[in-house]
Ligand binder design. Structure first.
Ligand code: PLP
Length: 354
């Protein structure tokens, strides 16, 4: 603390990301990174970019990247906004579109960055409890609001919501912006991108960090009505004209060109998830249904804290949330490669026997 801090800095409660331990040989299943590397085409594109051109600023509009994303989704370039990770895209969305007279709504158990942005930008919000099965219940959002945001599948539960439910929300909620954060959608959840041409208040965000295995490159984007996108561009151009560096743009374009690699690796993750779910169930775990690259599980005989600590002693790191109490006994476990998942099951088997 210092006497030079502004009032807003005093009031901030920053987001705490999952730990990135510096220890070697850990089984790291705590931050939902992809166990497979990025496409070899991405690596080649990054190597090709490493040259004299780095002395020049990148394209402030990232127009080649936007065109590639627009084509991928069958949209217009003016329906795409790109940013330095989807967290940055979300930050601009909160500031540009979600600060309204009525409170913003989001689930009580969800991505914990949302309340952080509300604090940063002075946005009023109300949380909407998940139902008894830990699902988002659309009926609970059908009331006056200044905006609605949730991930689909939700985090950290992993539970997917059918796109028909999102459309039902959009039908009933036409006077505020609805943001669907599809960070994990490629692991078997239906996307709402197909709805953006019909609902001018819908924004859908995607990230390259999970299904494209590029968390280290920081790439995210939003698609939606051109009017919403224009608001985001205004904020971006008042903040940082060049958020997408030359490597990120080259890598983003190359990743979209390797559809076969993308399909193969995401299917491997989905298959491994199904295997992991059945292995955990065989050990007596309750596992919530997952449409993501992680699962949310608890065991009636142990607290979440005991399990997380016991795994850590065996060099396996998973994510455990102490709060809210309702989820304190769950572990959020990232789907690893087969060897990592087996090591996890082995470690848990040992723990449950002890
Ligand atoms: C990982 C994640 C993001 C942010 O991803 P970036 O790495 O910033 O692109 C956004 N929303 C949810 C729900 C996430 O889990």
């Amino acid at each position: 603390m210092s006497k030079f801090w502004s009032e807003i800095v005093h009031a901030l409660t920053p987001y705490v990301p999952g730990e990135q331990p510096k220890i070697q040989n850990l089984i790291k299943l705590n931050t939902n990174e992809n166990p497979y590397g990025p496409s070899p085409r991405v690596i080649a594109a990054l190597q090709a970019e490493a040259g004299d051109s780095l002395r020049l600023y990148p394209d402030p509009d990232s127009s080649r990247m936007k065109a590639a994303i627009a084509e991928y989704h069958g949209l217009h370039t003016n329906q795409v906004f790109v940013g330095n990770g989807s967290d940055e895209v979300l930050a601009h969305i909160f500031q540009a579109l979600l600060k309204q007279e009525l409170p913003l709504l989001f689930p009580d158990i969800t991505y914990s960055f949302y309340p952080v942005y509300c604090g940063l930008y002075g946005i009023e919000y109300e949380t909407v409890p998940l139902n008894a099965r830990f699902e988002i219940a659309i009926d609970d959002y059908l009331r006056p609001n200044g905006g609605i945001i949730f991930p689909n599948p939700n985090a950290p539960t992993g539970i997917p919501l059918p796109v028909a439910e999102i459309e039902r929300l959009l039908q009933a909620n036409k006077d505020s912006v609805v943001v669907i954060d599809e960070a994990y959608v490629d692991f078997g959840t239906e996307s709402a991108v197909a709805l953006v041409n019909r609902y001018p208040n819908l924004l859908v965000t995607h990230t390259y960090s999970k299904s494209r295995s590029l968390a280290g490159l920081r790439i995210g984007y939003a698609v939606g009505d051109a009017g919403l996108i224009e608001a985001l561009i205004r904020v971006k151009d008042s903040f940082n004209s060049y958020p997408i560096d030359r490597f990120a743009e080259a890598g983003a374009i190359a990743a979209l060109q390797d559809e076969a690699y993308f399909q193969h690796t995401r299917q491997q993750v989905i298959n491994a998830r199904e295997q992991l779910v059945s292995d955990l169930q065989a050990l007596g775990f309750e596992v919530l249904p997952s449409g993501a690259n992680f699962i949310f599980a608890r065991h009636a005989g142990y607290t979440g804290e005991q399990l997380a600590a016991g795994l850590r002693e065996q060099a396996v790191i998973v994510r455990h949330f102490k709060k809210p109490v309702r989820i304190a006994d769950f572990l959020r476990i990232t789907i690893g490669n087969d060897a990592q998942n087996q090591a996890l099951i082995q470690a848990l088997t040992g723990l449950l026997r002890a």
